[in-house]
Design a protein around this ligand. Structure first.
Ligand code: NAD
Ligand code: UDP
Length: 315
C-alpha cells in the first residue's frame, strides 16, 4: 500500500485517478481548493479510512508524509484558466515549487501534469516531445501555457540539482464523465448544448483540429508513467492520435444525441491552436501504453453521464 497525494483530485481527471488508485489498494489523499473541482466527484470515496480529502490551495506550502505525488492542481479549461490569469500562473509556478519542495523533503516521486499547450500553436505536426513549441508569451493563453512550461523547467531543475524523482507527462485533450457541466471545453460544451437543445457554438470555421483521449486511457497512462523506471523522467506525450476537425466533433454530437440543435459560428479565440495531434511512440515504447477507447464509444458514455447530470440539475 502506497501513500499517494493527488493535487486537483476533485477535478475531472483527478477524481478518476483517486478512484482507480484507491481501488488498487492505496492510501489516497485528495487535495483540492474546489475552484473547478467538486465534492460530487469524490463523495462516494469519503468515509473510507484509506481516502482523505484535504481542502487546500497548493499556492501555500503543505506538509504531508507521502510516497507519490500526482500534481494535477490547475484550472485546465481556457474559460477557467483565463478567469483569474494571475492565480493560474501562481498555481503552476508557486504551486509546483511547493509540491517539489514536499517531494524533496519526504523523498516522494512526483508526476507533473503538463499539457500539449506547451507546443502552443505548433509549427510541427504531429507533435513529438522533441519539439520546443510555438507559444505566445504575452497572450491570453500565456498564463496557462507559460505556467506549464515553467512547471516543466522546475521539475527538471529540481531533478538535476536536488535529485528529486520526477515524471513529466504532456496531456492532450481528454474528455469523459465527471467533466463539469460548465467546464467550457469543447466536448462538454457541445454535448451539453446538444442535450439542452441550444445552439452548438463552433469557434472560427471549425477547421482547427484536436485529438481526443478518453479519461480511462489517460488515467492508465498516468499510472504507468508514475511507475516507470527511475531514469525515465519524460516528458512523454499522452493522448489519442485520432485527429478530428472541431466541426466534425459538432456533427458527431448532433448525430449521437439526436438533437434539433443547430451549429452557430462564433469568433475564434486569440492564439487558438490550428492543429494538434500527439506522436505517442515514446509512451508506447517505454510505458507499453496505447489508448484503446475510440471517440464514438467514449462520446456515448460521456453523453450518458451528461444526460444524468442535467436531469439531476433540473430536478
Ligand atoms: P479540472 O479543472 O477538472 O481539474 C483541476 C482541479 O484542480 C480542480 O479540482 C480544481 O479545483 C483544482 N485546483 C485548481 N487550482 C488549484 C489550486 N491552486 N490548489 C488546489 N487545487 C486546485 O481539469 P482536468 O481536466 O481534470 O485537469 C487536471 C490536470 O491535467 C490540470 O493540471 C490540467 O492542466 C492537466 N491537463 C488536462 C487536460 C485535459 O484535456 N483534461 C489537458 C492537458 C492538461
Ligand atoms: N471550441 C469550440 N466551441 C466551444 C468550445 C471550444 O469551437 O464551445 C474550440 C476551441 O476554439 C478550440 C477547440 O474547440 O479550437 C478545443 O477547445 P477546448 O477549450 O476544449 O481546449 P483547447 O484545446 O483549446 O485548450
Amino acid at each position: 500500500m502506497k501513500r499517494i497525494l493527488i493535487t486537483g483530485g476533485a477535478g475531472f481527471i483527478g477524481s478518476h485517478l483517486c478512484e482507480r488508485l484507491h481501488k488498487e489498494g492505496n492510501d489516497v489523499i485528495c487535495l483540492d481548493n474546489f475552484f473547478t473541482g467538486s465534492k460530487e466527484n469524490i463523495k462516494h470515496l469519503l468515509g473510507n479510512p484509506y481516502f482523505e480529502m484535504v481542502r487546500h490551495d497548493i499556492v501555500n506550502p503543505i506538509f504531508l508524509e507521502v510516497d507519490q505525488i500526482y500534481n494535477l492542481a490547475s484550472p485546465a479549461s481556457p474559460v477557467h484558466y483565463q478567469y483569474n490569469a494571475i492565480k493560474t500562473i501562481k498555481a503552476n509556478v508557486i504551486g509546483t515549487i511547493n509540491m517539489l519542495g514536499l517531494a524533496k523533503r519526504v523523498r516522494a516521486r512526483i508526476l507533473q501534469a503538463s499539457t500539449s499547450e506547451v507546443y502552443g500553436d505548433p509549427k510541427v505536426h504531429p507533435q513529438t516531445e522533441e519539439y520546443w513549441g510555438n507559444v505566445n508569451p504575452v497572450g491570453l493563453r500565456s498564463c496557462y501555457d507559460e505556467g506549464k512550461r515553467v512547471a516543466e523547467t522546475l521539475m527538471m531543475d529540481y531533478h538535476r540539482q536536488n535529485k528529486v524523482d520526477i515524471k513529466i507527462v504532456r496531456i492532450f485533450n481528454t474528455y469523459g464523465p465527471k467533466m463539469a457541466v460548465n467546464d467550457g471545453r469543447v466536448v462538454s460544451n457541445f454535448i451539453v448544448q446538444a442535450l439542452q437543445g441550444r445552439d452548438i457554438t463552433v469557434y472560427g470555421q471549425g477547421t482547427q483540429t484536436r485529438s481526443f483521449c478518453y479519461v480511462d486511457d489517460m488515467v492508465d497512462g498516468l499510472i504507468r508513467m508514475m511507475n516507470s523506471p527511475v531514469d525515465f523522467t519524460g516528458p512523454v506525450n499522452l493522448g489519442n492520435p485520432d485527429e478530428y476537425k472541431i466541426l466534425e466533433l459538432a456533427e458527431k454530437a448532433i448525430a449521437m444525441t439526436g438533437t434539433k440543435s443547430v451549429i452557430v459560428y462564433k469568433p475564434l479565440p486569440s492564439d487558438d491552436p490550428i492543429q494538434r495531434c500527439p506522436v505517442i511512440k515514446r509512451a508506447h515504447q517505454v510505458l507499453g501504453w496505447t489508448p484503446r477507447v475510440k471517440l464514438d464509444i467514449g462520446l456515448k458514455t460521456t453523453i450518458e453521464y451528461f444526460k444524468k447530470k442535467i436531469t439531476e440539475l433540473n430536478s
